[in-house]
Write a protein that binds this ligand. Sequence first.
Ligand SMILES: NC(=O)c1ccc[n+]([C@@H]2O[C@H](COP(=O)([O-])OP(=O)(O)OC[C@H]3O[C@@H](n4cnc5c(N)ncnc54)[C@H](O)[C@@H]3O)[C@@H](O)[C@H]2O)c1
Length: 190
Amino acid sequence: MLDDRVVVVTGAARGLGLAIARRLGEDGASIALCDIDVRRGEDSAEKLRADGIAARYVRVDLADADSVDEMAVSVTADGPIYGLVNNAALADGVGGRAVHELAVDEWDRVLDVNLRGTFLVSRALIPSIIEHSDERGGGRVISIGSDAALYGSPKLTHYIASKGGVSALTRTMARDLGPMGSPSTRCRPV
Ligand SMILES: NC(=O)c1ccc[n+]([C@@H]2O[C@H](COP(=O)([O-])OP(=O)(O)OC[C@H]3O[C@@H](n4cnc5c(N)ncnc54)[C@H](O)[C@@H]3O)[C@@H](O)[C@H]2O)c1
């Protein structure tokens, strides 16, 4: 049971992020739903609250380092956080071009959100998780990758590369932080 521990879930306005937020909330966590989509984020937080889950929406754009820092200030305002689920990604409607057809701008757009954004959010929130870990013993960082990064997928170069990067980033964060007991040293591709 997570009994009021604060967990940040990125990309939680809809989809898998929202389902993860709901499940953690049902286990007692207080959820910060962090997403670029203000309307859906507010709606989803309200629906969770209506179901008795402690939830609030915090806007963030993972492509913008200042926005990530502002989100970190907001979610840590009431004390250290316990967990982070790096879920947000440009995952929908990004495919359709083979590697030699892909514009550099499009590569940058997807890598900026999916990989650089995951780094930015982790970098901004891990100090708070470490602080929490001292007080209450342990914290968690979970990053959502993709099994497709293990074998490739046609016409999804940038997305697949970003997900391979997220797995590598998460493993190396575990190397840095595992010895402190936070985040979990376990790292399983999803
Ligand atoms: N759905 C699948 O079959 C599947 C399979 C493998 C991995 N995944 C991974 O699971 C995660 C969730 O997938 P999903 O299908 O729920 O995706 P989705 O597209 O339904 O939701 C993604 C969420 O991320 C948010 N987001 C996008 N850009 C953002 C930004 N710049 N800043 C902040 N938030 C932003 C969106 O607003 C949205 O709420 C992703 O990391 C995806 O790569 C999904």
